[in-house]
Design a protein around this ligand. Structure first.
Ligand code: C2E
Ligand code: CA
Ligand code: CA
Ligand code: CA
Length: 278
């Protein structure tokens, strides 16, 4: 037992060293990515229940020259820890608003641009100003910008969080609560915070056709949101069967691979010409 204990410890320290080394190397690679602009935004359509494309969500892509594509799940939280999320987020905001102008010039109906806002980005004192500046530079109408925040940010519903949200709302910007239902926060913030939309997390969607508890949760959220005057978007719709079950509920918007994957701006432009031709 003693020897196994030592081996386990050895394995543990090796593993730890490997992780630390990997983080250091990823951090350096991220710095280069920022300097050499290795990022790209892909856009995933958000579908109104009428079938119209109501907007898109901007999702970052990192094309590393040697390692290939590195998904955001592998670097966003590290970038949060190192503070590198700040320059990355500024680039995302700027680029997405500029692209939103391009899309809206092409689209017959207004299209919203949803952006993922990281907790560190949101909590910085200069955030409101940077949103203001980007809107002014791009010319994007504020109501077409939607900021997606996670429950983690809002749970800390300290006075400054509420004030920051109110100031953003006063600009005319919309606020969506991302990954709704996955946090452990209380529902009371829905009463206090000026939110426009709930994005129901895809974990409730996966088995919605077969698990009546998932269906009940989604239905309950939709009913509650309706009474609170909030919009609802269901994330992660992958199959016709899921959509069939979800469309019976009075949801406003849907997003997921069933409708469209995230795509480059140039591809999105073609998609918008004939959304569901393929
Ligand atoms: P998220 O905000 O919840 O974004 C939705 C994720 O689900 C995206 O993964 C999207 O590609 C994926 N997805 C969309 N439809 C489906 C579906 O039908 N099935 C499945 N299985 N997945 C679907 P992605 O692009 O890998 O992004 C992962 C997370 O990284 C995002 O989760 C978000 O939290 C973060 N992220 C992405 N881009 C940014 C960014 O520009 N800034 C910040 N701060 N975070 C970002
Ligand atoms: Ca999101
Ligand atoms: Ca989400
Ligand atoms: Ca997420």
């Amino acid at each position: 037992a003693k020897r196994r204990g030592r081996n386990t410890f050895q394995w543990y320290t090796d593993e730890l060293n490997r992780k630390v080394t990997e983080r250091v190397s990823l951090r350096h690679a991220l710095q280069q990515a920022i300097e050499q602009r290795q990022f790209e935004l892909h856009y995933q359509p958000q579908i109104h229940h009428s079938g119209r494309v109501a907007g898109v969500e901007a999702l970052i892509r990192w094309h590393h020259p040697e390692r290939g594509n590195i998904p955001p799940g592998q670097f966003i939280s590290l970038a949060e820890d190192t503070g590198q999320i700040i320059p990355i987020s500024e680039w995302v905001l700027e680029t997405a608003c500029r692209d939103a102008m391009v899309l809206n010039a092409q689209s017959a109906t207004p299209m919203t641009m949803a952006i993922n806002v990281s907790p560190m980005q949101f909590q910085r004192p200069g955030f409101l100003d940077s949103v203001k500046n980007v809107l002014a530079r791009s010319g994007l109408p504020p109501a077409l910008l939607e900021l997606e925040l996670t429950e983690g940010v809002l749970m800390d519903s300290a006075e400054h969080t509420i004030q920051a949200l109110k100031a953003l709302r006063q600009l005319g910007v919309h606020i969506a609560l991302d990954d709704f239902g996955t946090g452990f926060s209380s529902l009371s913030y829905l009463k206090r915070l000026p939110i426009n939309k709930l994005k129901v997390d895809r974990s409730f969607v996966r088995d919605v056709a077969t698990d009546s508890r998932d269906a009940a949760i989604v239905e309950g959220v939709v009913t509650m949101a309706d009474k609170l005057g909030l919009e609802v978007l269901i994330e992660g719709v992958e199959t016709a069967e899921q959509f069939h079950h979800l469309r019976m509920l009075q949801c406003d918007h849907f997003q997921g691979y069933y409708f469209a994957r995230p795509m480059a701006l140039s591809v999105l432009k073609h998609f918008l010409d004939s959304p569901f031709a393929a």
